[in-house]
Design a protein around this ligand. Sequence first.
Ligand SMILES: Cc1cc2nc3c(=O)[nH]c(=O)nc-3n(C[C@H](O)[C@H](O)[C@H](O)COP(=O)(O)OP(=O)(O)OC[C@H]3O[C@@H](n4cnc5c(N)ncnc54)[C@H](O)[C@@H]3O)c2cc1C
Length: 322
Amino acid sequence: MIHIVGHGIAGAMLAWELDRRGISFRVYDPGSTPTGSKVGAGIINPVTGQRWVKSWRVDTLFRGAESTYREIERVTGSRLYTSLRVRRYFQSPAEERTAREKVAAGQLRPYITEAGVDSCWISPAARVDTGALVDVLGQRWQARGWWRAEEAPSSWPSDDVVIRCIGAAECALPELGTKRLSLAKGEILTVRAEHVDTSTIVNAGNWVLPIDTARARVGATYARDQLSLECTPAAREHLLSFARKYLGDSTEVVSQEVGLRASTSDRLPVVGWLCERRRLGIVNGLGSKGALFAPCLAQQWAEHLTSGRAFDPELDVRRFLP
Ligand SMILES: Cc1cc2nc3c(=O)[nH]c(=O)nc-3n(C[C@H](O)[C@H](O)[C@H](O)COP(=O)(O)OP(=O)(O)OC[C@H]3O[C@@H](n4cnc5c(N)ncnc54)[C@H](O)[C@@H]3O)c2cc1C
C-alpha cells in the first residue's frame, strides 16, 4: 500500500499520477492549518527574480504542467487553469539594464520578445487555482474511501511505502529539518475594485492577480525573519497601497491570508527516498513555484514506483542527505 501524507498541491498531484496509473493509495491530511496550497496564488510566471531569469527547465515543465491541469479539468469538470500574461515593470535602472540586455540577446524567448518603455510583457503565464484543485481531488479520494482526515500514524507495516508531502511541517522533522529547508512567511490580500483587467497579472515588486472583473488577489509579502501564522496590519497596508496604485483608490480589502513557503538552499524542490530501507519518501521544497513544479515531481514518483526509473539527480533529495 502507498500512503500519501499531506494533500497540498504536492500530495494531490502525486495522488493524481498514481490514480492515472491504476495504483490505489491512502491520503492523510487533518486540514487544520492554513497551507501554502490553500493560501498561495498559483501563478506560473516563467521569468522571475531581479536578474530576470527563466525558471529552471521552464519550457518543458510549463508544457507538462498545463497539459496535466487541463486533463484534471476535463476529468473533474472543474475550472482550475487560466492562461494569462504578465506585465512586468522595471523596478530600478539596474534591473531595467539587465532585462533589456537579456531581451536583446534573445535569452528570454519565447516569453519576452521585446522591451517596452517601462515594462515587458511576459506571455504565456498562467494561474492555477491550487486551493480548488486540492479540494476537488480530495473529494475524489473521499468518495472512494481513500481519504483520512487525520495526521498520519507514527508507524506503518514494513512493506508499505510512505511519501511525505507536508510542506512547512517537514521542518520540524529530523531528516531534512531546518538545516536543509527554510521557511518564508507570505501574506496575501483579496480585494474588490471597480475594474480589474482579467487578462493580465501586474508585476511591479508585488503583483495583482485578476480573479474576475471586480476582484483580484494582491501579494505577496516575503519574510524569512517572522514565521508566525498571524496576519499583520503592516502587510495589509503595504499590499493595499500597492493595489490602489494599479486598481484605483476605491479598492477595498475583502480578506487577508497568510501561509508559509518551504524552500531548499539551491531553490530546487526535493523528490525521492528519504530512507529507502524504511520505504519513506518525500516531495517538498516547492518554494514559490508549487504550481509549476508539482506535476513533474509527482510524475517522477509515479514512474519510479511503476518502472524503477531513477529520480532526476538535480531534484533527488539524496543531494541533501549524508
Ligand atoms: C502567500 C503565498 C503566495 C504564494 N504564491 C504562489 C504562486 O503564485 N505560485 C506558486 O506556484 N506558488 C505560490 N506559493 C507557494 C505554494 O503555495 C507552495 O509551493 C505549495 O503550496 C507547496 O505545496 P505543498 O503541497 O508542498 O505544501 P502545502 O500546500 O503546505 O501542503 C502540505 C499539506 O500537508 C498537510 N500536513 C502537514 N502535516 C501533516 C501531518 N503530520 N499529517 C498529515 N498531513 C499533514 C497540511 O495540512 C497540508 O495540507 C505561495 C505561497 C504563499 C504562502
